[in-house]
Design a protein around this ligand. Sequence first.
Ligand SMILES: [Zn+2]
Length: 409
Amino acid sequence: MQMGTNLPKVGSYNRAVVLEAIQVSDGISRVQIAKRAGLTAQTVSVIVRKLLEEGLVIEDGSVPSSGGKPRTILRVDPTAGYAVGIHFDPGEISYVLADLAGQPVAKLHTDVIPGLAPDAVIRQMARTARRMLGEADVPDDKVLGIGLACPGPLDPDGVMNFPPRLTGWDHVPIKRLLEEHTGFPVTFDNDAAAAAIGERWAGLARATPSFAYLYLGTGIGGGLFLDNQIYRGRSLNAGEFGHITVVPDGPGCYCGNRGCVEAVCCPSAIEATVRARLAGGADSTLAESTSAEGAHIDHAAICEAAAAGDPLALEVIGEVADRLADAAVSIVNMLDIDLLVLGGPAMHKVADIYHRVVAEAVTTRPLARRLHTVRVETSPIASDAAAIGAASLVFHATYSPRLGTLLTS
Ligand SMILES: [Zn+2]
């Protein structure tokens, strides 16, 4: 919960603080907002009146109060605005149409056709976004914008910068092109930061001041909220947890470092490890579906086998969980957070294993463990986290309180 300020020049900041207090609650009264945000009752009352007039907030019943008249409960009106979130992953594109409360109204996935030129892919994104809005009968004036979550690194103007798993996409101005093809403003971020914002706006971390998000997708990334603010770093690329070294003499990583979490824990690394052990004669049900080159062993099949108790799959996934736990302990030691969220599509079927191993490590190994515990949670929106997060980027950019706005005149 951020604190507001009663100085006269900061009306828009206070407005964002009040709106965020309403969004992160499950219904809140004016008195509670004033208490939590440190604002006067009068300031809250004036701001709430404007939010009601604008239709962003609704009054939704009342609760008894001690002595005085019943307190009216305020909520964000989910139908006041919509955003389309697009998660562009090298393997597939996920779309979510979300309402202002961050809840998905519609979802769909499309494959990325190998070799298709960037402009054609971006046109396809624009067409799909338009189709979703049309099918849900959302008029243009209720669309706050498009949120785009891309693999990093991204430059601050929304230009792709040597994305590691997307050949032909270097220097593609994806934000500008998507704006041209849709006619809507586009807010972008890297996929892991988008997933973190999604958790903050609509998920597990709504009332948590400081948390980190460990994102497991095609690659491994992260997002950070510190003291109620998203932390992006110098170039929008903070939270690259995937490139923490966890195996000092491990394999070289494309980033230039050695033994990175990503180099040993991402889906393609897991597939390579399983194939090598099968070739060495390891006992596994996966051996039955293997061609001579092991070409049919993919990450999804390995996770499925692990969930079914296959010894080789369990052994490899267990080792990956241990390396993720090493990284998690470093993250907790470095940032002193309240919550670590695990999420992303590569958690499918193995979320329980990763959660158990990581939670045990951050309960027993960080230096500050006797002062406070760090919660570890698995994102309930794991496979769509980045797409929901991308939609939330739009709401966050439009409505969230940012200390920087206090410094500009
Ligand atoms: Zn690396």
